[in-house]
Write a new protein. Structure first.
Length: 222
């Protein structure tokens, strides 16, 4: 989906700051996507750009005064009417907008926000983890040795999918696996313990990946 935020210099600066703090390209994209939703709302409700909104909220001389708490409340109503989204998604959208506004000196009091802006309550339900038979069923369904090695690695270590994909061969000694801090959500280095079963599976995958391949020469009939 194309994002239409190129005409907002404040958004460009905000996303640049996000990218510096978190080099993951997906993070910057997620923030852009959330702010695009807010841009559409502001354009529809107030017929101004996000740059103009920042100017309006930080000065008293530019256009009609907009109350930031009413703005955020109206945005929540807009989200709920326009999209069928979960309370958690609404929380993420509003949190992104708050960060964006506060980055450009729009004052938002946490106390006033709590009492003036009503956000849907996020109810977190306990998720039942996969049982050992379930994991074994999934592994048995993996017809690719590469996929089976990846799924087993996730099941044994419990690490995030992106973290597992960031691990290099030099990060594994078949007793432990090292994850660089630049690739973790907490931005801290982590060392994972490997089981014998996982170590053997990784060795199988590495041997298979670097196997000697035979080349079949085909001589066409003249």
């Amino acid at each position: 989906m194309a994002l239409l935020l190129t005409d907002n210099s404040t958004v460009t600066k905000f996303i640049k700051g996000i990218s510096i703090r978190n080099p993951n390209a997906n993070t910057a994209y997620d923030y852009k996507k959330r702010l695009e939703s807010f841009r559409k709302f502001v354009l529809q409700q107030h017929n101004i750009s996000l740059d103009e909104l920042i100017l309006t909220l930080t000065t008293y001389s530019h256009g009609p005064k907009i109350d930031v708490y009413n703005l955020l409340s109206d945005y929540i109503d807009y989200i709920q009417k326009e999209k069928r989204v979960s309370p958690l998604t609404i929380k993420l959208l509003v949190s992104t907008v708050r960060s964006y506004l506060e980055t450009f000196d729009v004052e938002i009091s946490p106390r006033k926000f709590k009492f003036k802006v009503i956000t849907p309550r996020v109810i977190r339900s306990d998720k039942e983890s996969l049982s050992k038979p379930d994991i074994q069923t999934i592994l048995n369904a993996c017809h690719s040795i590469k996929l089976k090695s990846y799924v087993l690695f996730l099941a044994v270590t419990g690490c995030r999918a992106v973290e597992a994909l960031s691990i290099r061969l030099c990060d594994i000694n078949f007793e432990t696996a090292f994850i660089r801090g630049e690739c973790t959500k907490t931005k801290k280095d982590r060392t994972l313990m490997l089981t014998n079963e996982l170590a053997q599976q990784l060795k199988l995958w590495i041997d298979y990946k670097h196997r000697t391949r035979t080349i079949n020469h085909y001589d066409p009939i003249n």
